[in-house]
Design a protein around this ligand. Structure first.
Ligand code: TRP
Length: 335
């Protein structure tokens, strides 16, 4: 068993944007075509409940994210693609792990500590508006990972502490109850979150500066036109390396196209023209996927069928391991 098993989750609270595509979705789908790896990708809708209390938004986001991955060519015959809440083994494992996880470990979680610090700074009670969901979130994430004995977990930098906690919890369990879980390795995605947004900060839902991935061409051009630039006129040589337009160009262009655009910047291409060319380039890459996306969004029952098949596959992996875990902790038949 030396095959790599990668697993990652996508929290279902937003609409996929160009930053998600370049930083996470495009590389993950490429990975899924690699026959040396087994890939598990899931919609982390139970995680969405932690941050989002708007049912409509969670439902819509789940549909959009699933349609996006399918439209972009995720091969669901190879990859296991499922919705977290369709796999009850995960939540059961989560409770069993909760009974192993040290509270002191979770006290140190960055997300929880940041919420406490903010409350203190605002003169509130330290635990003001902090739910047990937020506090226990790293245990749910550990259950997501350990349930499938994932060997490699690609995540953004902000998630590395959660991976350490998952390893810690797995080790504790193994020590007490015998070898049960694989200790997962973190694969930090250096390129995740690198794409810049409309205002030049990193493209992120929380900054409200995103360009949604599957806009129709006209709307895409409108968004791209909003990218903040300096006030240089057409004809003035421009520095590509401090330009958001160029940075996004690079993420979609071949090396030759990147070099060509660099020369156009030096020759003083106008911002309007550069943005037109950027829109055409992105549109070219996503046009076919966008058609598939629109078709899927119009037929959500097709998406649902794919997710149900994915859940059945996922449960076939999860059930035997959960049976082993139950037995290890003393939950099994009296007969
Ligand atoms: N917490 C992750 C994030 O916010 C999403 C996630 C949930 C995840 N469960 C996971 C990622 C398991 C990797 C493995 O990005």
């Amino acid at each position: 068993m030396s095959r790599k098993r990668i697993l990652t989750g996508i929290t279902t609270t937003g609409t996929p944007h160009l930053g998600n595509y370049v930083g996470a979705i495009r590389p993950a789908i490429a990975d899924s075509h690699n026959t040396d790896v087994e890939a598990f990708f899931f919609l982390a809708d139970l995680h969405a409940l932690i941050k989002c209390h708007e049912p409509e938004r969670i439902h819509q986001s789940t549909k959009e994210i699933a349609a996006t991955w399918l439209a972009l060519g995720l091969d669901t015959n190879k990859a296991v693609f499922y919705r977290q809440s369709d796999v009850p083994e995960i939540t059961e494992l989560c409770w069993i792990l909760t009974c192993q996880a040290a509270k002191g470990l979770l006290n140190r979680a960055h997300a929880y500590k940041a919420a406490v610090d903010q409350n203190m700074a605002e003169g509130e009670d330290p635990d003001h508006a902090i739910t047990m969901g937020l506090f226990c979130y790293p245990i749910l994430m550990a259950a997501d990972i350990l349930m499938f004995n994932a060997t490699h977990v690609p995540v953004g930098k902000d998630q590395t502490q959660h991976l350490e906690m998952a390893r810690d919890i797995a080790q504790r369990f193994n020590f007490h109850f015998g070898e049960t879980f694989v200790l997962p390795e973190t694969v930090v995605q250096e390129n995740a979150d690198v794409l810049l947004g409309l205002d030049g900060r990193k493209m992120s839902k929380s900054y409200n500066n995103t360009i949604p991935l599957f806009l129709e061409e006209k709307a895409l051009q409108k968004h791209i036109n909003k990218i903040v630039t300096n006030l240089q006129e057409p004809g003035e040589p421009k520095n590509p390396d401090d330009s958001t337009v160029f940075q996004i160009w690079k993420a979609f262009a071949t090396p030759e196209q990147t070099e060509e655009m660099r020369q156009k910047f030096a020759a003083g291409i106008g911002w309007g023209q550069a943005k037109k060319e950027l829109c055409a380039l992105i549109n070219e890459e996503i046009r076919d996927a966008r058609e598939r996306y629109n078709a899927l969004m119009a037929q959500p029952e097709q998406i649902e069928a794919v997710l149900q098949a994915g859940a059945a596959k996922a449960r076939a992996y999860a059930a035997p391991l959960l049976a082993k875990v139950r037995r290890a902790v003393g939950l099994y038949s009296l007969g």
